[in-house]
Ligand binder design. Structure first.
Ligand SMILES: *[C@@H]1O[C@H](CO)[C@@H](O)[C@H](O)[C@H]1NC(C)=O
Length: 397
């Protein structure tokens, strides 16, 4: 019954979370630069109406670039390459502002190591011919960057700030556009990868989030609900079992895919480690795999070891559900998607919990009624195997 609904929800969430491919607002305008600078390629970057023009000389791996974005005349503009991570920390940054004589644009270098005030200093990338200009309402940075051999993509980070105090660029705004201003630039294909909604890492994180929220966070709890409550209804007898097994197998398969995307993200994020999230994820994979064996090791209903199988299957199962939901929330905390995603997940979990509570009550009513039927109607042959099972172990599902 709910299966189709959940697949629908899955695809709905999946499609909505994928960044839209719509073009950025500001296309690569036909700019002309001072000193007859020309570049072979231009990409409109997905945030802050920024664009990057460049020429990459493959033989010398020298990247000549111009970075441009609208900025207040007394503000600043930053372009950075982050060799180690995909965010601000670790960025090897060029910042332009009007700090020279009679308002000339100066460009300085900053090794960003914290979210505190920036400090000018040497940076870990080889830059030369650094310059800046302010044209119209647009700030521009020029530089030549010597790339490592074979480099075809760089992690770009960029930013616009409102003001400069005593020669130090002041903190930028924290609007969504500011926080999202980073992405991988493919220097060969000439595109900012994953334009529109962010960057390829963000996109991978979103896919990771959706896969895991749907599998560990929704399908597995749903499968447990099916097993626990549907078996009370005699008419659903073999059906509940197949539904339960299919739901958990699909959940496990999607979950393993999500888990693999998580490992991949973890190996790429050298700078930052989300230890708890990662450890819970590894535990979940291990327990989920142990649970998979339950299917093959299941003794017959009347087998003397069945009790132990029940204990193992149920304790591992409930642990997986609790840890799964906890880790979805941990992941939401890390990914910080728009609030509506967290709210949507909370709504789904509350609906599942509501269904579980309702069915728990219904189950007890049915079980108690069967019990009283049985005690009043002495030798009542109608209470077959199903009925007896229902009476004796209403909670062992
Ligand atoms: C930038 O700062 C980090 C952290 O303090 C340091 O490890 C690194 O060597 C610095 N890079 C340069 C070029 O100074």
């Amino acid at each position: 019954m709910e299966i189709h609904g959940f697949f629908f929800l899955f695809f709905l969430i999946f499609t909505l979370l994928l960044p839209s491919q719509s073009a950025a607002i500001s296309p690569c305008a036909s700019r002309t630069f001072s000193s007859n600078r020309v570049f072979s390629t231009c990409a409109a970057l997905p945030h802050l109406s920024a664009s990057l023009h460049w020429t990459l000389d493959p033989s010398t791996t020298l990247l000549s670039l111009a970075f441009a974005a609208p900025a207040p005349s007394d503000g600043w503009l930053a372009w950075a390459v982050n060799p180690t991570a995909d965010g601000m920390i670790g960025s090897q940054t060029l910042i332009a502002f009007r700090g020279g004589p009679s308002g000339a644009v100066v460009v300085k270098t900053y090794n960003i190591t914290s979210y505190g005030p920036v400090k000018e200093g040497p940076i870990g990338i080889d830059v030369s011919d650094v310059a800046g200009e302010y044209v119209g309402s647009e700030m521009r940075i020029f530089a030549k960057v010597k790339l490592a051999r074979g480099t075809t993509k760089v992690n770009g980070v960029w930013q616009v700030g409102e003001s400069v105090a005593d020669g130090v660029p002041a903190k930028h705004a924290f609007a969504a556009d500011n926080l999202a201003a980073k992405g991988v630039v493919d220097l060969v294909k000439g595109v900012s990868v994953g334009g529109g909604g962010g960057n390829s890492v963000l996109r991978k994180k979103n896919i990771h989030g959706v896969l895991n929220a749907v599998s560990w966070g929704i399908l597995l709890p749903l499968g447990a609900i099916i097993a626990r409550y549907l078996k009370t209804f005699k008419s659903a007898d073999p059906a509940w079992f197949y539904l339960h097994v299919s739901c958990q197998l699909i959940g496990y398969a999607v979950g393993v895919a999500g888990w693999a995307t998580g490992l991949n993200l973890g190996s790429k994020s050298k700078g930052i480690q989300y230890t708890t999230h990662r450890n819970i994820g590894i535990t979940l994979f291990a327990l989920g795999t142990v649970q998979l064996f339950a299917l093959f090791l299941r003794p017959n209903k009347d087998h003397k070891y069945r009790l132990y199988w029940n204990i193992y299957h149920h304790s591992v199962g409930y642990t997986v559900i609790v840890l799964g939901v906890v880790n979805v929330f941990k992941g939401l905390q890390i990914l910080q998607p728009l609030h509506k995603w967290k709210e949507a997940y909370i709504v789904v979990i509350c609906i599942l919990a509501g269904i579980a509570v309702l069915l728990e009550v219904v189950t007890w009513i049915i079980v108690l009624r069967r019990k009283s039927d049985k005690s009043s109607g002495a030798h009542d042959g109608a209470n077959g195997a199903n009925g007896r099972r229902g009476v004796q172990q209403p909670l062992s599902a």
